[in-house]
Design a protein around this ligand. Structure first.
Ligand code: NAP
Length: 461
């Protein structure tokens, strides 16, 4: 059924582009529909599904990764197909999808990172946090990177959960790292690293930090690193005091934790994680590689949206370091032929209906970070994707979707013509079984395959 308002027997055929949380929740909502019935092809650039659950969530957070079991259940439902190793915007175009499917849901996330835009940002030793994250998580596009961890101090810029992930991962001990699915190369590099101090710099104050309380609490429970907070950093200006008085439980708990950290004496663990506030980098300094970060102290002033923004003072300082990780947010990249808002890094949409010049584009939808921007936790994507799919189904019932006449085999025939080795769900299951089998004798959840060649070979088995 589609443009005929549900009179024929054929299920609606939808493509979901991207296989992270938003893609899976969109697929689940589509497959749950009875009128119309829906078949879903999930199209993924990599040979592996789960997006940031596999390649972003920190390896020492297996509980967060266990959400993948829900995605496995979705994938076994009738009407679901996985088409891995297929790049939309590359070998398959948006125009192809429009011909092959009644509806397309873009859920490919935010693929790159935001930049600081300061001098020295491209010096060797200055990285996006997302590069380190992809590297230790075995993303096959990031294994050629080589992080020189021999210096004594690393600076992480940003006060979100990714900044805490990076600071924590760099300070884990052998006992904390070996039961994880981080790559062996990254485990060896972290254990052998010379890093003694990791400074996490927030441009605003402790009340405005965007990390969540359980993640902050963990920073005080590291076996190999003391958490250091200077009590003076927690003195609040009146506006921040007022913000704290009005704040929800997460921010209040964060402040409690920070005050508890500030009251601690360092216990002489091999590494230190130092949390600092109201400091922005203005330049990354060094001859041929990172040697220091120049930072300016900020004060907080009210902004036009009722919040507080950081404004630089005259007070500057240089922090010697050999590594800088900017962790100031992800950023979406546009899809050729699909509208894109360059400023926000998202596809312009109304509750998930893609719009072009303010008008809905029939049959084209989006969900997750490419819809709303890179915010929220994994579960946020469930509500977000369900909202999108409800509108898609509403459009289907109202006969507002363009009809495709292509049968389900067409996409496979097209991909074969174009020489693509499609990794079907069974191919991913072969990768999964191999990785788990490699990990099992070592008490690890899996030892991941790290290269495209290994992944594609395992999928062919
Ligand atoms: P985020 O939470 O948006 O944090 C970005 C941080 O960068 C903020 O502290 C922001 O400060 C700062 N920032 C932005 N521009 C800056 C600049 N030019 N200079 C200095 N600082 C700057 O982003 P994220 O850490 O990338 O995380 C993305 C999402 O994934 C979040 O929703 C996060 O909670 C989620 N996540 C969750 C977990 C978990 O649950 N364990 C783990 C990882 C990620 P301002 O506030 O001043 O803008």
């Amino acid at each position: 059924m589609t443009g005929d308002g549900g009179t024929s027997e054929r299920p609606l055929r939808a493509a979901v582009v991207g296989s992270g949380p938003a893609g899976f929740y969109a697929a689940a909502a589509l497959l749950a529909s009875e009128e119309p019935r829906v078949e879903v092809d999930m199209i993924e650039r990599l040979p592996t599904p789960w997006g940031l659950v596999r390649l972003g969530v920190a390896p020492d957070h297996p509980n967060l990764k266990s959400v993948s079991r829900a995605y496995e259940r979705i994938a076994t439902q009738p009407g679901f197909r996985f088409l891995g190793n297929v790049q939309v915007g590359g070998v398959l175009k948006h125009a192809d999808l429009v011909e092959l499917y009644d509806a397309v849901v873009y859920a490919f996330g935010a693929e790159t990172d935001r930049r600081l835009g300061i001098p020295g940002e491209d010096l060797p030793g200055s990285w996006a946090a997302t590069e380190l994250v992809a590297w230790y998580n075995a993303h096959p596009d990031f294994q050629h990177l080589s992080f020189d961890l021999s210096g004594e101090r690393a600076v992480v810029i940003g006060n979100g959960n990714v900044a805490l992930d990076v600071a924590r991962m760099l300070s884990l001990t052998r006992d904390e790292l070996t039961p994880t699915d981080a790559t062996d190369v990254s485990i060896d590099a972290i254990l052998g690293s010379g890093i003694r101090e990791i400074v996490v710099l927030g441009r605003r104050g402790p009340v405005q930090a965007s990390w969540t309380a359980p993640e902050l609490q963990e920073m005080g429970e590291l076996a190999g690193a003391d958490i250091i907070v200077d009590p003076a950093e927690l003195e609040l200006d009146p506006a921040s005091e007022a913000e704290l008085a009005e704040a929800g439980p997460i921010v209040r708990r964060n402040m409690e934790l920070l005050r508890e950290f500030a009251a601690r004496e360092p216990t002489g663990k091999p590494r230190r994680v130092r949390l600092r506030f109201r400091a922005s980098p203005v330049a990354i300094l060094g001859e041929g590689r990172v040697e220091a970060v120049e930072v300016v102290r900020n004060e907080l002033v009210p902004d036009e949206r009722g919040g507080l923004r950081a404004v630089p003072t005259e007070d500057r300082e240089v922090i010697p370091c050999s590594l800088v990780f900017r962790s100031i947010g992800y950023r979406g990249i546009g899809m050729p032929e699909v509208p894109f808002d360059e400023e926000r890094g998202t596809i312009p949409n109304r509750e998930g209906r893609v719009v072009d010049d303010g008008e809905p584009v029939p049959g084209v939808y989006c969900a997750g970070w490419i819809k709303r921007g890179p915010t929220g936790v994994i579960g946020t994507n469930k509500k977000d994707a369900t909202e999108t799919v409800n509108l898609l189904l509403e459009d289907a019932r109202a006969g507002r979707l363009p009809n495709t006449s292509a049968p389900p085999e067409s996409v496979l025939a097209l991909l074969q013509d174009r020489g693509v080795q499609v990794v079907a769900y069974g191919g991913w299951e072969a990768i999964d079984a191999l990785e788990k089998g490699r990990g099992e004798p070592h008490g690890r959840p899996r030892i991941k395959l790290c290269s495209w060649d290994e992944l594609l070979a395992a999928a062919r088995e």
